[in-house]
Design a protein around this ligand. Structure first.
Ligand code: FAD
Length: 356
């Protein structure tokens, strides 16, 4: 093997038989992260194509309560590391344990949610195992005969797709943003095999948790979970324009989001950016106001059920992708839309505030 890899210290895990498509299941107080469960639908397809099993990885302390959910969403074999030392999430501890599991059970692929935790953990594991990782993959292609797993993602700033093959090292690793793949069907009562793993000595976390604070305000629904989104772009012309969007979002029971240009202009925070470098959303209703419909933006709304576009330019590309289009200045259209929505949903309020 000498001379095969870029440097002598670089020794990836590659000897032996690798089988199984694994998903790291992120556990929180209130359950398994939806982004992890969504990965199970793609992992199931991959496992079926390669005629292998779908593995789930559960790590933490007192986590047996999540076993049923994992199996019901499609896991065949569940690798559980339940250890008091893993009660608090530390990236290098969790990364160490998952790497250890991979060395012991040799999966051929490992998928991780593109969440805050996943983005931190995935490179840590890939570095431990000296394997490749494709961030934000959107598709997978499999060469069954060679057992090659090609992970596909849009490269930055180009209208093409990069097909990425990990030449050395196993497992092939990929992270996937929330809402890129659909939730798998839940089959109540479905069961699988439990494999419990006891890690030996763990590394020093190198940090200590002093205090934990929730950074998301309870009343603020994250855009990736919202059923109705009113989204604004550069066409709003100023931060003030977002006030009209907020009003409409409120009567529709939705949230406000924006395009990258709106974020870059400082009119809306980055955690509300929709698109390739923002978030992928899947609302029942997406209202795009003053948004031209660039490919990078459309990427983030392809799971939206109904898209309504409001744009002053009848040739704006967004209309090609919208279910309903309104050509007009948003300053005229939105107050009308607001008024009629209010009449439809909250007639009593309309009579209280007839000036809209
Ligand atoms: C690597 C890369 C990643 C990117 N990632 C993202 C991403 O995640 N999300 C994203 O959104 N973009 C992303 N972009 C940027 C993207 O290419 C576009 O530049 C951006 O989406 C355009 O934003 P916009 O539609 O708000 O602005 P514009 O393209 O400037 O469109 C403004 C629209 O408003 C309309 N308008 C103007 N005045 C009015 C009015 N009074 N009433 C109604 N309509 C009006 C105009 O007709 C126009 O269609 C990315 C680009 C690159 C290169």
């Amino acid at each position: 093997m000498a001379g095969k890899f870029p440097c002598s210290e670089w020794s990836p895990l590659m000897e032996g038989e690798f089988r199984g498509i694994w998903v790291y299941l992120e556990v929180y107080r209130d359950g398994i992260h939806e982004a992890s469960l969504q990965l199970l639908s793609k992992a199931r397809e991959m496992a079926d194509e390669l005629e292998t099993y779908l593995g789930g990885v559960l790590i933490g302390y007192e986590i047996d309560g999540y076993i049923d959910i994992a199996f019901e969403y499609g896991v065949d074999k569940l690798y559980i590391v339940d250890d008091e030392r893993l009660k608090t999430y530390y990236p290098n501890l969790y990364g160490y344990v998952i790497s250890d599991l991979c060395r012991a059970y040799k999966p051929e692929a490992l998928l991780v949610g593109g969440t805050m935790r996943g983005r931190e953990l995935a490179p840590n594991i890939a570095n431990n195992l000296k394997t490749g990782i494709t961030a934000d993959l959107t598709m997978v292609s499999i060469d069954k005969e060679k057992r090659d797993i090609i992970l596909i993602r849009p490269p930055f700033g180009a209208y093409m797709l990069a097909h990425i093959k990990t030449r050395w090292g196993k497992p092939v690793m990929g992270s996937v943003r929330p809402n890129v793949f659909p939730m798998p069907e839940r089959i109540p009562g479905r069961r699988g095999e439990v494999i419990r793993y006891k890690p030996g000595k763990l590394p020093d976390p190198g940090m200590e948790l002093i205090e934990k604070r929730d950074i998301v305000k309870a009343e603020e629904m994250p855009i990736e979970k919202a059923r109705v989104i009113v989204s604004g772009g550069k066409g709003l012309g100023s931060k003030e324009g977002f006030k009209l969007l907020e009003e409409l979002a409120e009567v529709l029971g939705g949230v406000v989001a924006g395009s990258r240009k709106a974020v870059d202009a400082g009119w809306i925070p980055h955690d509300k950016q929709v698109g390739q470098t923002g978030k992928t959303v899947k609302p029942d209703l997406y209202i795009a106001v003053g948004i031209s419909g660039a490919a990078q933006h459309l990427f983030g709304i392809r799971e939206a059920k109904v898209i309504v576009a409001i744009n002053i330019d009848r040739d704006a590309p967004i209309f090609e992708n919208a279910d309903y289009g309104i050509v007009g200045d948003y300053r005229e259209v939105l107050p009308l839309l607001y008024k009629h929505t209010l009449t439809l949903f909250q007639p009593s309020l309309y009579y209280l505030f007839p000036h809209h």
